[in-house]
Design a protein around this ligand. Structure first.
Ligand code: CA
Length: 228
């Protein structure tokens, strides 16, 4: 049974989530403040953590920061509407996803399934990434659509690889900068937007698909094209 920790100080919401998650067959534990949430997370093994941002004692972001020193357990942040900075900071600090309150339970359940599926240990950096007709082969440094090669620069290639490797996970500009340009990059973050535009021209626009999505104020996410 997959086990989920809920860290949420709105007790009614926490209980509601617990009922829904148990109904879906998950094992559930709850904490109502940041400190006890962190303690539970550190002393138990969970498959996923739902972590509210606004918490007494320790904020959700602080819990996440401390947790990430030693744990890769998937974390979905529960954020207030319009709290764009919380979303960006949370993603930069290693949250796997976020959902904005108020949310539909079905959407949360879907995101939980994605986060649990994504957490399957990586099969290696040289694995070919496939999304519909698009393939990216790291070993051959080759990208193709329907078997036809697409010519990408190194940066474009690495950016596409980061996006495809994190399919369905929203990546902030800072996270992409870090992954593709490296920590020491000191330029403007809009370099990411510029390269996203190049990639879209060469893939989305060229083949009439929508794979690279903008999450306003937050970053970008790669999703499989709708099957027609
Ligand atoms: Ca709260």
């Amino acid at each position: 049974m997959e086990r989920i920790l809920i860290v949420e100080d709105e007790e009614k919401l926490a209980r509601f989530l617990e009922l829904e998650l148990r109904h879906e067959g998950y094992g559930v534990e709850k904490a109502f403040d940041g400190r006890s949430g962190l303690e539970l997370a550190e002393s138990n093994t969970f498959d996923l953590i739902l972590l509210d941002v606004m918490l007494p004692q320790l904020s959700g972001l602080e819990v996440l920061r401390r947790l990430r020193r030693s744990s890769e357990t998937p974390v979905i942040m529960l954020t207030a509407r319009d709290a764009v900075m919380d979303k960006v900071t949370g993603l930069d600090m290693g949250a796997n996803d976020y959902i904005t309150k108020p949310f539909e339970i079905e959407e949360l359940l879907a995101r939980i399934r994605v986060a649990l599926r994504r957490h399957v240990p990586r099969t290696g950096a040289s694995e070919t990434l496939v999304s519909g007709r698009l393939t990216l082969d790291p070993a051959r440094h080759a990208v193709a659509y329907d078997g036809a090669p697409i010519s990408l620069t190194n940066r474009e290639f690495e950016l596409l690889r980061a996006l495809m490797a994190n399919r369905d996970i929203v990546l902030s500009r800072d996270r992409l900068l870090e992954e593709v340009w490296g920590y020491e990059y000191a330029g403007e973050t809009n370099v990411v937007d510029v390269y996203i535009r190049y990639l879209r021209q060469k893939i989305d626009d060229a083949y009439g698909v929508k794979l690279i999505h903008t999450i306003r104020g937050v970053g970008y996410v790669f999703r499989d094209a709708e099957v027609l």
